[in-house]
Design a protein around this ligand. Structure first.
Ligand SMILES: Cc1cc2nc3c(=O)[nH]c(=O)nc-3n(C[C@H](O)[C@H](O)[C@H](O)COP(=O)(O)OP(=O)(O)OC[C@H]3O[C@@H](n4cnc5c(N)ncnc54)[C@H](O)[C@@H]3O)c2cc1C
Length: 517
């Protein structure tokens, strides 16, 4: 029986990463992960584009990544959090914090993950979004790898079907966490409520608490309170994303930030069989990162497909039907992975047709207009590819990396700068109807770069940390694609180490005291 206990609420990428890091940091610590679902993973397991990390091979640097993130955040991002996300600490500090996107990528790769596919998503000036070349969607692969490592730690226990309903300080400065166990019948298992078990109220005392409960993009009630204008849109989130951590943190005195900053993702798939469904499959941004185009109802492009999400969302919302067509050519499909496209086809969200002309017929647009539009796009794409090749050759001659830094000038009227391949009009194309969907909460519980939760007075709460989507302030007005999984991995590690160090340190940590790492 361990002397100290850390409770982690939530088992998405943030919670699992926190648990793994804490358990590895202090083997004398018992880590208890409480998850209200029957299975681990949360929205993390649904992620489908990738995880960001500085990509030096593509001309990236911490400064470039930081600039892109801050620019996308529109002046609202907490620059100290951005710095923690992107900046590689010195060797000594890195070992203490386990921070930075590059460290997180290495940490994940060390669990056996192959994250070698790198694409450029909207608002990024270089490719830095990493995903797996084959197998399940990237989020599921990440969750499975971290969960496997967590389950090998003898000092971690994951309890599923355990919905945390209360958190309070006890008289001796510990924390009392109340949860309902066994709400959902599941397989008998030492770590979950079992089949037919009546719900049971449990209270556990702990020496530290990490909130990793995700966002509230599936809570109509919270959306109506904080962003009434988007509360009626469909969501990409699972029904568990109800902002429980906001209430739990609030009960302990946590301060909230930027709760009105809710991201509407431009492209949720419209299911032709159920167009009004309130929950939609996400058409991942990686599709556009692999060259997918957006077309209006006349078959013309109308927006830079790789602008930031807020810009693309506004352009689609301005369309007469508040939706658009997405078209991916054969080259892009090969990059994206035809297996995953096949999954979307099986759900009837994407249709594969034999040529661009057949695509025009499917979309009900004039084939001549579409072919002209694709020809214009291909001319720009070919020019961009030729310039990139020439720049790479020149850079190789002088021994530097060929790209990175500032965004190049726009090449067309939509402002598009980056082109990822052409659309071969005589080869198969993949077509889908897409519309904006509520996707992500950029606001939440305010934290410091060491993941400590801040109270109403701006001082850290005693032994409470937060990681992942439940926390707010990193992304500002607009989250870059790939930055949430990066946040989960980086700040999950930070929270795990900070909590383990504070709890197991021989010197008790006083309320409000910063943990020295
Ligand atoms: C379809 C989709 C695709 C996405 N693709 C990407 C992508 O490619 N790249 C990227 O960076 N981001 C992506 N995102 C966003 C990203 O996946 C999430 O923001 C991120 O994974 C959140 O991780 P988390 O650990 O904070 O929360 P989650 O993964 O949502 O986990 C939170 C967990 O806490 C549990 N929980 C909540 N309340 C309680 C309670 N009271 N008691 C016990 N347990 C509780 C939940 O059940 C859940 O399992 C995507 C999101 C969606 C929905």
């Amino acid at each position: 029986m361990a002397d100290h206990r850390l409770v982690v609420i939530g088992s998405g990428l943030a919670g699992l990463t926190t648990a793994l890091e804490a358990a590895r940091t202090a083997t004398a610590l018992e880590v208890l992960v409480l998850e209200k679902n029957p299975q681990v993973g949360g929205n993390s397991a649904k992620a489908s584009s990738g995880i960001n990390a500085v990509n030096p091979a593509g001309g990236d640097s911490p400064a470039t990544y930081s600039d892109d993130t801050l620019q996308s955040g529109g002046g609202l991002s907490d620059s100290r959090l951005v710095e923690r996300l992107v900046v590689r600490a010195s060797a000594a500090r890195a070992s203490a914090f386990g921070a930075s996107s590059e460290d997180a990528l290495r940490f994940l790769e060390a669990l056996g993950l192959d994250l070698s596919v790198v694409v450029q998503l909207g608002g990024h000036s270089v490719p830095r979004t990493h995903s797996n070349p084959s197998g399940p969607n990237v989020g599921f692969a990440l969750v499975r790898a971290v969960e496997t490592a967590v389950r090998q730690q003898p000092n971690v226990r994951i309890v599923t079907n355990a919905k945390v309903t209360s958190a309070a300080y006890s008289a001796d400065g510990r924390l009392a966490v109340g949860y309902t166990l066994g709400l959902v019948a599941t397989k008998p298992d030492s770590g979950s409520g079992g089949v037919g078990v009546a719900p049971e109220e449990v209270t556990v005392l702990c020496d530290g608490l990490v909130l990793a409960t995700g966002g509230f993009a599936a809570s109509r009630e919270m959306l109506a309170r904080y962003r009434p204008d988007v509360a009626g849109l469909p969501t990409t989130n699972g029904p568990w994303a109800t902002g429980d951590g906001v209430a739990l943190g609030g009960a302990l005195g946590a301060r909230l930030v930027q709760m009105d900053q809710v991201q509407v993702h431009p492209t949720g798939f419209v299911d032709p069989g159920d167009p009004d469904s309130g929950t939609k499959f996400l058409a991942p941004e990686k599709l556009r990162g692999c060259g997918a185009l957006l077309l209006d109802d006349s078959g013309r492009r109308f927006v830079d497909e790789l602008a930031t999400r807020d810009v693309v969302t506004a352009a689609i919302t301005a369309q007469p039907r508040h939706s658009a067509w997405l078209l991916l050519g054969a080259q892009g499909a090969a990059r994206y992975g035809e297996g995953t496209l096949g999954f979307y086809s099986s759900k009837k969200l994407v249709t594969k047709v034999e040529s661009a002309e057949a695509g025009a017929q499917h979309m009900g647009v004039d084939a001549a207009v579409l072919l002209q539009e694709l020809a214009a796009h291909n001319t720009l794409a070919d020019a961009a590819a030729a310039e990139a090749e020439a720049a790479a050759a020149a850079a190789a001659r002088v021994g530097t990396v060929d790209q990175g830094g500032a965004h190049p000038p726009p090449r067309d009227v939509t402002g598009k700068r980056y082109f990822h391949g052409r659309v071969d009009v005589n080869a198969p194309v993949w077509v889908a109807r897409v519309m904006p969907v509520v996707h992500y909460c950029m606001g939440g519980i305010q934290t410091r770069p060491d993941a400590a939760v801040l109270g109403q007075d701006g001082a850290p709460l005693h032994r409470v940390w937060a990681a992942g989507e439940v926390s707010g302030g990193l992304h500002g007005r607009n989250r870059l694609g790939g930055n949430s999984l990066a946040e989960c991995a980086v700040f999950g590690r930070v929270a795990g180490r900070a909590a383990a160090a504070a709890i197991v340190s021989s010197t008790p940590v006083a309320a409000g005291q910063q943990v020295a790492l």
